[in-house]
Design a protein around this ligand. Sequence first.
Ligand SMILES: Nc1ncnc2c1ncn2[C@@H]1O[C@H](COP(=O)(O)OP(=O)(O)OP(=O)(O)O)[C@@H](O)[C@H]1O
Ligand SMILES: [Mg+2]
Length: 265
Amino acid sequence: MNQAPAAGSGEVVLALANVESSYGPIKAIRGVSLKVRRGEIVTVLGSNGAGKSTILKTISGIIDPNRGSVSYKGENITALDPARIVRLGLSHVPEGREVFPLLSVRDNLLMGAYTRHDRDAVARDIEAAFGYFPILKERAAQDAGLLSGGQQQMLAISRALMAAPDLILLDEPSLGLSPKLTRDIFEIVVRINRERGTTMLLVEQNANMALNVADHGYVLETGRIVMDDSCAALREKEDIKEFYLGKKDSGVRGERRWKKKKTWR
Ligand SMILES: Nc1ncnc2c1ncn2[C@@H]1O[C@H](COP(=O)(O)OP(=O)(O)OP(=O)(O)O)[C@@H](O)[C@H]1O
Ligand SMILES: [Mg+2]
């Protein structure tokens, strides 16, 4: 097992500089810059439609930005083909899991390893994924479409691991899951980070969970980064507590109050 490097001290593995991406006339992200260092878990917090998934899709090459650049390990990967980006060691766990429902759990895992030809190592990595998520071993021969939402999330994370990535992009792993399952999945995400040294960029609406597991956080609002800091510092900020951690009033009144009080604009 690899010794994970200390978070925050490593080289910058992923950097976005002034990235702007659109869907036709709709600008979804507007000049996003961020950095992820080797071994870190970095989170991007933002509510519905803030542009979180668009950031990840732009990094993994699913959509091409209109402006700005994405670099990975010092190489400019802006608008490269997604398959090339996977080969460079960057895996994307998409929002809503997107497992192949009519393929077995094992075949879904093998699809994740399609860029690799080292059969023995692939077999070992399947066992390693089963080590993290034992339920997947029990269900290995079943169609993935028969798994529960939580199990499908486990499979989607495991499938990303099968590409032997150095960096994993995780799009809202907590979506639609119970608090208990969310905790279980985040626990494994942290283990993967610590044990394998896998760097993670996690986008979440579940700020509570994300701020507890990540080292550094960015706050995204309507396509722009409005704040970034260590997660320890973000957890203490009053407006983060109110708006993202639900520590005070909620509902329309609370939101109005937050709009008046928040300090980042
Ligand atoms: N395929 C698309 N076509 C047109 N507009 C889109 C498309 N996908 C996203 N958008 C728009 O781009 C903006 C950013 O969307 P994005 O999916 O990145 O947000 P998000 O932060 O991931 O939201 P959520 O928390 O709901 O997943 C939103 O205004 C959204 O409506
Ligand atoms: Mg999204």
